[in-house]
Write a protein that binds this ligand. Structure first.
Ligand code: ARG
Ligand code: ZN
Length: 880
């Protein structure tokens, strides 16, 4: 491995490419260890490039076999080749053809970038910089070429040969080999190239687009797994219809293919016409997939499909603009899921994810702007900030411009930039131009890292019927950005009157209010509503209209009122969460001091009101009844965190809720028993979620009856959602039946890796001192493999990010274990290693003893040689 102290790439240094590559014809002769790749490229000098300027093509671990210009072999002095760079010293002045032959070893490719093998098949992953591991190329997103791909392979080994675009030719070759030729007419950047070959089963369907074109849909999986693709196919067809309706976007090729593979670094990849997926986002049936799995499949299928317009037809000029395609496409998939399911429930789930992942990232050493201005390793920037906060910026843009303005801007963007590689500035300009809005202050959201705090105070003048809200915004320093400018924060709101209805008002002064949105643009911004007839409780940031930390001067009584009455379901949920958080931080301090943890009757009553309100959507109730997670509590506390005290406080409150509301939960459990066959639809999933929450609270309250009930629930389950929920509850409650459930689960699903991943994850997340040695032992389980990213994430990743008390063990053994795992993984798969290492991102917020141990583990990683550029980058930023 190269020990690269990679040099930083800077946005400010961007220059257009010196050469253009208009077409590339690839011939890939597949062989497990010696795959021969010939690339014939039509190249021309870009305007502004001096004549005969050297042509530098990116490579990565390539072995050059030959190089020709216009069909003639180049002499040794006319080029220079290393595994990562091919320089043609003085290319011809006019357009020319460059033919490069390389030799690669797919079997040795454990990084899972470029061309590699998975379960005996061949597949590729080229984003961000994997194409250079296949051939020398201008491997940057602003070089758009038309690709023709000829694949040759042994017919027995690889009966299926796939690449981007349309199949134009295929046939037999001597010696039991065959070939297929694919052509993709849409110019694309190299990161969207894909090819797949092997023995695969297929599920087929068709979709007719709004203009009446028939598109063939194919999902390829390992043979035998075809019956588990039905939901993915259904989600794909719904995605295609939705993009036409919601954004006017129609699919453009005659065929759309998805391939599911079991070894994949990330979730999925939007290669033009040939999406490649981590199989966990394709395969589902009631016995093996949870409701959450179904929802994830729907979202990821939609996400990758939507990239066809936001990412592929219009792509990024450079990797700093990653959010241009990712934030926008996440926003689109979130909107899709909202339309398919419950909007309020989807919003609450998304915000929970945003806060637990992105707010945590923003609060630590790995904080970076949605559009970073420098990076050492781009693979480390596929982050919650780029994806999730990026999506929030699009949502805010829609709030600021209104739905019509937003749609007009999107239309302008598609019209103006189809076929181009563009920037965030280009994107915002389309909206500014389409709506006549100045978005220069809005641009700061892309440039400034950190989660802004928005402090609010309110004053009511009853005689004058005036309500004044004073907002103060601030944004903490983040790496490289000590001082921030005030941003445009759209605050959706309502003034909730005593009867729970929003009060009307006669006039506004001080800040712009449009519709239900207050536009806070100054550091200190006052807004006065007149004609307010009664003292309202302000419900602010409805729907979480901006990714900020609202510090609102609401009393517990106000929050309890909003929890019961706010017309905005998101803020009802938020109010309950705020109440719980107040209680939990107080209880954590008590637990840390060795004192009994307090409870609060008003809070228990508020929870009871929600649990017992049959007028509320069960899915909403299930979410509202769940306390903030331990990591969220830790983040709220912010410094000197004692994770054991957090867990003690949370466990005590859960027991108190379970005890106080036992009857309600018992009635819910009995009343929600679902008869009839399993369906993954949102309503049925919501009922299961609420029933499982009730069951878990009953078990938290303790007692043999609750335990027997949970055990029965496990055994009687006819679907994975219920079975896994019961097993998780038993394990976390340390119930005697836990061992039996774990053993049964293992035997029932042995041989099904995606399900055994759940079995690994439940054990890795168990909050007990024995867990670390259990996890160590499980690394030797026959189903575990260090080379499969899903296995690593389920066991080691869940331990590091889903088990706060054990990862953060006071003796430092959790940190040491994860650091060693990182170093081990770094030798084979740096991307997965670096991702795991980012579990340390909140180490500075720990209490001093744990902080010291976490730092020691990080220093040990930093001192190791060699280290990949990926891990080197994360560890050095973490310690900065
Ligand atoms: N573009 C993909 C998606 O979000 C993610 C690919 C990430 N790959 C990587 N090597 N970082 O849909
Ligand atoms: Zn994406």
């Amino acid at each position: 491995m190269k020990n690269e102290t990679a040099s930083a790439v800077r946005l400010a240094d961007y220059r257009p490419p010196e050469y253009r590559i208009d077409t590339i014809t690839l011939t890939i002769a597949l062989d497990p260890t010696e795959t021969r790749v010939s690339a014939e490229m039509a190249i021309r000098r870009n305007s502004g490039t001096p004549r005969n300027a050297p042509l530098r093509l990116d490579g990565d671990e390539l072995s050059l076999q030959s190089v020709k210009v216009d069909g003639k072999r180049l002499s040794e002095d006319a080029y220079h080749a290393t595994p990562d760079l091919l320089t043609i010293t003085a290319p011809p002045d006019g357009a020319f053809t460059l033919t490069v032959e390389t030799l690669i070893d797919p079997t040795a490719n454990t990084q899972l970038m470029g061309l590699y093998r998975s379960s005996g098949n061949y597949c590729t992953q080229c984003e961000a910089e994997g194409f250079r591991r296949i051939t020398y190329f201008l491997d940057r997103p602003d070089v758009l070429a038309v690709y023709t791909t000829r694949i040759e392979a042994k017919k027995d080994d690889a009966p299926i040969l796939l690449a981007n675009g349309n199949l134009t030719d295929s046939g037999d070759l001597p010696d039991g080999r065959h070939y297929a030729v694919w052509n993709d007419p849409f110019p694309k950047p190299s990161y969207l190239f894909a090819m797949v070959a092997g023995s695969l089963g297929v599920v087929e369907d068709t979709f007719t687009t709004q203009s009446g074109r028939k598109v063939d849909l194919k999902i390829y999986v390992e043979p035998g797994k075809e019956p588990r693709c039905a939901y993915a196919m259904d989600a794909l067809k719904r995605s295609m219809a939705w993009d036409e309706e919601a954004f006017g976007r129609e699919y453009d090729l005659d065929i759309f293919m998805i391939v599911a593979v079991s070894d994949f670094n990330m979730g999925a990849m939007e290669n033009k016409g040939l999406n490649v997926f981590n199989d966990r986002y394709i395969l589902a049936d009631p016995q093996t997939a949870t409701d959450q799995d179904y929802a994830n499949i729907e979202a990821v299928i939609a996400h990758e499909y939507f990239h066809n317009w936001t990412g592929n037809r219009i792509t990024c000029r450079d990797w700093f603009q990653l959010c241009l395609k990712e934030g926008l496409t996440v926003f689109r998939d979130q909107e899709f899921s909202s339309d398919q399911r419950s909007r309020a429930v989807k919003r609450i789930s998304d915000v929970r994810l945003l806060k637990s992942h992105q707010f945590a990232e923003d609060a630590g050493p790995l904080a970076h702007p949605v559009r970073p201005n420098t990076y050492k390793e781009i693979n480390n920037f596929y982050t919650a900030t780029v994806y999730e906060k990026g999506a929030e910026l699009i949502r805010m843009l829609k709030t600021v411009l209104g739905p019509e303005g937003f749609r007009a801007g999107m239309d302008r963007y598609f019209e103006r930039h189809d076929g181009q590689a563009v920037t965030v500035e280009d994107f915002l300009a389309a909206f500014a131009d389409a709506t006549g809005t100045d978005l220069s202050q809005f641009m700061l959201w892309y440039e400034q890292a950190g989660t802004p705090a928005l402090a609010v105070t309110s004053a009511f003048d009853a005689a004058g019927e005036k309500l004044t809200l004073t907002f103060e915004q601030s944004c903490p320093p983040t790496p490289g950005q000590p001082v921030k400018k005030p941003m445009h924060i759209p605050v959706r709101f309502g003034l909730v009157g005593p009867d729970g209805q929003d009060l009307s008002y006669a006039a506004v002064s001080g800040a712009t209010v449009s519709g239900d949105t207050i536009h806070v643009v100054d550091e200190r911004h006052k807004v006065t509503f007149s004609g307010v007839k009664a003292l309202p409780v302000p419900s602010l940031l409805r729907g979480f209209s901006a990714p900020v930390k609202l510090v609102g001067g609401l009393t517990a009584a106000d929050l309890t009122f909003l929890a019961g009455h706010d017309g905005d379901p998101f803020n009802r949920w938020q109010a309950i969460q705020n109440l719980a958080m107040g209680l939990l931080t107080e209880a954590t301090a008590a637990a840390h001091a060795g004192k009994p943890t307090p409870t609060d009757d008003a809070f228990l009553e508020a929870m009871g009101a929600i649990a017992g309100d049959d007028g509320l959507d069960p899915a909403f109730r299930a979410l509202a009844l769940q306390l903030p997670g331990e990591t969220d509590i830790a983040r709220d506390i912010g410094e000197d965190v004692d994770p054991d005290a957090v867990a003690t406080a949370r466990t005590a409150l859960r027991a108190a809720i379970g005890t106080a509301l036992g009857d309600t939960f018992g009635a819910l459990y009995d009343g929600l028993a679902d008869s009839g066959p399993y369906s993954p639809d949102a309503a049925a999933a919501g009922r299961r979620a609420l029933r499982n929450v009730a069951l878990d609270y009953l078990l938290a309250a303790g007692g043999a009856a609750a335990e027997a009930r949970t055990r029965d629930h496990y055994l009687a389950a006819d679907n994975m959602t219920d079975r896994l929920a019961a097993m998780t509850s038993l394990v976390n409650a340390s119930a005697p039946a836990a061992a039996e459930a774990l053993a049964d689960f293992h035997d029932r699903f042995a041989g099904d890796p995606l399900v055994i991943d759940k079995w690994f994850a439940v054990q890795a997340a168990a909050p007990f001192a024995e867990t670390l040695s259990k996890v160590e032992e499980l690394t030797g389980h026959p189903a575990f493999s260090w080379s499969n990213p899903n296995r690593v994430r389920s066991l080691i990743g869940v331990f590091a990010t889903g088990n706060p008390t054990q990862f953060n063990r006071a003796d430092g053994a959790g940190f040491e274990f994860v650091a060693e795992a990182v170093l081990r993984l770094d030798r084979s798969n740096p991307q997965v290693a670096a991702r795991l290492l980012s579990a340390f991102r909140s180490w500075r917020a720990l209490e001093p003893e744990r902080r010291e141990r976490a730092e020691a583990a990080l220093r040990q990683v930093a001192a190791t040689t060699p280290l990949s550029a990926d891990v080197q980058d994360i560890v050095s930023r973490s310690l900065d």
